[in-house]
Ligand binder design. Structure first.
Ligand SMILES: Nc1ncnc2c1ncn2[C@@H]1O[C@H](COP(=O)(O)OP(=O)(O)O)[C@@H](O)[C@H]1O
Ligand SMILES: N[C@@H](CCOP(=O)(O)O)C(=O)O
Length: 326
């Protein structure tokens, strides 16, 4: 359960009194999530999500996240809408943390995505990339792209080998490879950067919303696809499912065709996406805050995905119909 910061009913009622969403009826901490503290609020006006921003969120980035959600909603993307208080301000402070109330989205996430879910995700991802194309009010460098990986590797240090023998050397080698081979010059724009199944809602098989924009940034659009291939297209036994990968990429391409250079770069981008989540999971695994109600994600799941990508010989291995070599 990700609740790092506790809130008392008195504090919350005082905070809510500055909004136009009625009095508090009930609230509870939300079990899912690992990054921020989230509460489900019931007020006289309905259901809302209260987020208290924790360690990985730089407060200077909050105007970007809030502006982005408002922009995407204005372009027809189903995503949480920041709620502004009576003074017209979305961002507040509660229990000593930056705090935001956002609208509640209906739907549930899928635990075992089907190929149809992957196709719906591909369509939504391309829609998000297109809708972000004219978001220029703020920009945000991806703090968790290649230059951000080495400091994470150094934080994990020798303790990496306590999680899996030889992990430290494997990461060092992968890091050197990716630092030398990371593609430049591919189409870039707003990416979600964490569009895992738990951040996508469905109702009766129809995709109804996207949440959790707190890793969103300006980066390579195809890198977002690589993150999604990792998060959506592997089976619990570790096998990559080409049918799901093909469904995701084909649906994406129906909305935004990939360039030849993007397709050729996919294997390297997928390795980078696997290393990024291996590293953050490893650091979190080794540093669970005492007393926090949180279940860290398994870093070794991403080690297995990384090993798969290292064995890939061509973008075709992801289910792409292409003549390109890796
Ligand atoms: N706008 C929303 N509407 C409905 N449920 C939400 C919303 N935002 C968050 N949630 C719920 O809270 C959980 C954690 O949110 P998330 O943003 O993923 O947290 P974290 O940033 O800590 O990972 C989600 O899995 C979902 O169940
Ligand atoms: N998706 C990341 C961790 C961030 O989790 P979220 O609950 O904020 O989506 C991972 O799986 O490592």
């Amino acid at each position: 359960m990700a609740v790092y910061t506790d809130v008392t009913p008195e504090e919350l009622e005082a905070f809510l009194s500055t909004y136009e969403i009625g009095r508090l009826r009930a609230f509870k901490g939300i079990a899912e999530g690992v990054e921020n503290s989230n509460y489900l609020l019931q007020t006289e006006a309905g259901s809302f999500i209260l987020t208290l921003y924790e360690k990985r969120v730089n407060p200077a980035d909050l105007p970007f996240f809030i502006g982005l959600m408002e922009h995407l909603a204005s372009r027809g993307i189903d995503c949480p809408q920041p709620v502004r208080n009576r003074a017209g301000v979305a961002l507040g402070t509660l229990a000593g943390r930056p705090a935001l109330i956002a609208t509640f989205l209906m739907g549930t996430s899928v635990r075992r995505p089907t190929a149809a879910n992957c196709a719906a995700l591909g369509t939504a991802l391309a829609g998000l990339h297109k809708a972000g194309g004219d978001f220029s009010a703020f920009s945000r460098v991806n703090a968790l792209s290649v230059p951000g990986w080495r400091p994470l590797y150094e934080t994990a240090g020798e303790r990496a080998d306590t999680v899996a023998p030889g992990l430290r050397t494997l990461i060092a080698n992968e890091l050197a490879f990716l630092e030398a081979r990371w593609p430049a010059g591919l189409p870039a724009g707003i990416i979600h950067a964490d569009l895992f199944p738990d951040n996508v809602f469905f109702i009766d098989g129809r995709l109804t919303g996207l949440i959790d924009f707190y890793f969103a940034c300006n980066d390579l659009l195809a890198y977002d696809i690589a993150i999604c291939l990792n998060a959506w297209c592997f089976e619990p036994d570790g096998a990559y499912n080409q049918t799901k990968g093909r469904a995701l990429i084909a649906a994406y391409q129906a909305e935004r065709p990939l360039s030849e250079a993007e397709i050729a770069a996919l294997p390297v981008l997928a390795r980078g996406a696997a290393l990024r989540f291996l590293l953050t999971r490893l650091v979190d695994w080794l540093n669970v805050p005492p007393g926090a109600l949180v279940r860290p994600h398994d870093p070794l799941e991403y080690l297995r995905k990384l090993r798969f990508h290292r064995s890939v010989e061509s973008p075709r291995d992801y289910g792409l119909a292409t003549e390109h070599a890796a």
